[in-house]
Design a protein around this ligand. Structure first.
Ligand code: GLU
Length: 306
């Protein structure tokens, strides 16, 4: 068996918060505990919200945690020409069509809404004639047609997750009307080209895996393994997010140490049975997917603030 290749793909739109730290830690431990390597990639497709300054701070934060990487692949904002080649492959397969639906049309359709706030696209623009397309005087987004087929994700942690893209998602956008390629396409291309064999990230992205598996097949990339880690919740039951300023690494670096933080995370998710300071390297010796808890994790950080 070849050593695994994992990846950490943060969006540099602010300081890392504990949810990001946790996903990075598990991605790192999973490969490092088996002699594998980790690829770092900045997901900065949204150039309005992201910056090189945040990317620099992110790298510094990862080093502070002791989570090193073997290779950093080019940031997504620099890769539009590459994404275009894959977009053209889909076009050559006859799978793309322009979509002129406006945001308000999309939200008013009688399609069922999914739990993550998205909706099933009903295929409104799938069969427009060239004359109907020409009648719109705005630039279209481009959607890829999805087959009526059940996709099965065998997740390392969450077990079996199934989705039929035709009924659970619908044809999805791969390039926005402003020409920006979307996350689903970029992530598939980047993971595939980097030879990533396992994708470890937050549970909120589990429902993206079937779309990515579909694109992997179209592009001829093997499917990676998946491990979607639980979300971290504050003691009052809220999901931790970038809005919780006191949970970001800027604050935490002033109030605790990396070892205390890793020790708390490792204990809270089930990797260790005592809450005590520990380094990332030491944790690699303790890690196994079997120990990891799959339900959301309630985290109380007060005991490690000093
Ligand atoms: N860029 C995404 C984030 O920061 C992660 C995407 C992924 O891991 O596939 O939440």
């Amino acid at each position: 068996m070849l050593p695994p290749v994992g990846r950490f793909a943060p969006t540099p739109s602010g300081r890392m918060h504990l949810g990001n730290v946790f996903a990075a830690l598990i991605a790192w431990l999973s490969v490092k505990s088996r002699g594998g390597s980790l690829v770092l990639r900045m997901e900065d497709l949204d150039t309005q919200r992201t910056s090189e300054e945040y990317a620099r701070v992110l790298r510094r934060d990862l080093r502070w945690l002791g989570l090193d990487w073997d290779l950093e692949t080019p940031a997504q904002s620099t890769r539009s020409a590459v994404y275009q080649q894959y977009f053209e492959q889909l076009a050559d397969l006859g799978l793309l069509y322009p979509c002129y639906c406006t945001r308000s049309q999309l939200h008013s359709v009688n399609a069922p809404h999914l739990s993550d706030g998205t909706y099933v696209y009903p295929g409104t623009c799938r069969n427009l004639t060239p004359a109907q397309q020409a009648a719109f005087d705005r630039k279209p987004a481009w959607r890829v047609q999805v087959p009526d087929k059940l996709w099965t994700v065998e997740d390392k942690l969450q077990g079996t997750y199934k989705e039929n893209l035709a009924t659970d998602c619908g044809d999805f956008v791969v390039r926005r009307a402003d020409g920006v390629y979307v996350y689903q396409l970029a992530v598939t291309v980047d993971d595939g080209e980097a030879g990533v064999t396992e994708v470890v990230r937050g549970m909120d992205l589990l429902s993206s895996a079937p779309r990515q598996m579909y694109l992997q097949e179209r592009f001829g990339f093997p499917h990676p393994e998946y491990g979607h880690v639980p979300m971290l919740m504050a003691p009052d039951g809220r999901r931790l997010s970038k809005r919780d300023k006191d949970m970001d690494l800027g604050y935490l670096q002033d109030h605790t140490t990396a070892e205390k933080l890793l020790g708390l995370l490792a204990f809270s998710c089930g990797i260790t049975d005592k809450c005590q300071p520990i380094s990332a390297c030491e944790l690699a010796g303790e890690f196994s997917w079997e120990k990891l808890q799959k339900a959301d994790i309630c985290l109380d950080i007060t005991p490690i603030l000093g």
